[in-house]
Design a protein around this ligand. Structure first.
Ligand code: NCD
Ligand code: ZN
Length: 346
């Protein structure tokens, strides 16, 4: 029996495309299904100024195969030296759709992130004034705090005080991984939202650690206990407008993943929509997939929904997704959910 579901073309509200050869290799994986994506600025060196974001946007568009349509939504990497006027100009021109806050040292390429939040106060106030969202990597970096508690502690110690101190600031809690994150995301009306990744709906920390370490399941924030995964499933399938898809698809070559100190990141661009159809069907919520992937994000970011549609088809035989994407730097392994998937994008 064939079953199909047609939805508004989705967007990815948190994506790593990298640069150069890697960009050319991974971009089609996203552009095939998604109309737009919020492009993370954690290049080396990071994308800090409007001028740098414009140049990166041009590189993305020139890497796009001619037969594909895709709009990169650019972000600026917030540093303690970011100029509020540069941010405002990049927003006014339509180039930049968000500013990204990385606590210094929290994740891949975050060394230029924020240590002293007082130093970025003028930028945050300008952003509140002009309605430009702040995308937050919500983990404390305090070595005293257990890695599995870093999101929960961030909300209490950093995020809530920061929001109280900056009325009107619009915030996206990126890639939430905890029940506490899901609850907090509901507390800010139309000025607060959370993205949820595909992989955090599928794996918990056992998948990373039981029966041998699985580097391809290691990402940041790290997957938590099963009760948190279940809370994320409830959030994503709730239909509530504060939750939408941000895959955090983060390509690293196998050589960089499979080593004594391996990189964090799951590469899910290739099979995300099929996996989401599986997950939403399993939870009896296929009717909520379009809101999560295609409608809630545009509503928060105050942009129109994509004009086109995609059709997801369920087939009897399991779908064979590529195990790897080849790049000149070496292969990138595609996220393996660990179960048979019968959905595919037509
Ligand atoms: C991301 C990356 O590789 O750039 N890695 C990850 O595990 N998610 C960085 C990030 O989003 O934290
Ligand atoms: Zn990310």
């Amino acid at each position: 029996m064939t079953q199909s579901l047609t939805i508004t073309r989705p967007d990815d509200w948190h994506l790593h495309l990298r640069d150069g050869d890697m960009l050319r290799a991974v971009l089609p994986e996203t552009a095939r299904h998604f109309g737009r994506a919020i492009i993370m600025p954690n290049l080396v060196p990071p994308v800090v100024t409007g001028e740098q974001a414009g140049a990166y946007r041009d590189r993305i568009l020139s890497a796009l195969p001619e037969d594909m349509m895709f709009e990169p939504l650019m972000t600026l990497y917030l540093t303690e030296d970011t100029d509020p006027e540069d941010v405002a100009a990049a927003h006014a021109s339509g180039l930049v759709k968000a500013v990204k806050l990385y606590p210094a040292g929290a994740t891949t390429n975050s060394a230029s992130g924020v240590r002293d939040f007082d130093k970025v106060r003028p930028v945050l106030e300008k952003m509140a004034e002009i309605g430009l969202p702040l995308c937050v990597h919500g983990e404390v970096t305090d070595p005293e705090i257990d890695i599995f508690d870093r999101e929960e502690v961030f909300i209490d110690r950093v995020l809530d005080p920061l929001r109280q101190a900056t009325p009107g600031l619009r915030v996206v809690m990126e890639h939430i991984t905890t029940a506490q994150g899901a609850v907090y995301a509901q507390s800010g009306g139309s000025d607060l939202a959370a993205t949820i990744t595909t992989h955090h709906l599928i794996i918990n920390r056992n998948h990373i650690l039981v029966g041998g370490i699985k580097p391809h399941y290691y990402c940041l924030p790290v997957a938590k206990r099963e009760n948190h995964r279940q809370a994320l499933r409830i959030a994503a399938t709730s239909g509530l407008p504060c939750y939408f898809l941000g895959t955090d698809s983060a390509p690293h070559t196998d050589a960089n993943k499979l080593q004594a100190c391996g990189c964090a990141g799951c590469f899910t661009a290739t099979n995300t929509m099929a996996l989401l159809a599986h997950v939403f069907e399993e939870d009896g919520a296929l009717d909520k997939l379009e809101g999560f992937a295609s409608k809630n994000g545009p509503a928060f970011y105050r942009v129109p929904e994509n004009p086109g549609q995609i059709t997801l088809v369920k087939q009897d035989a399991p779908v064979a997704f590529p195990e790897q994407i080849k790049t000149p730097d070496g292969p990138v392994t595609v996220f393996d959910p660990g179960f048979a998937v019968h959905w595919t994008v037509a």
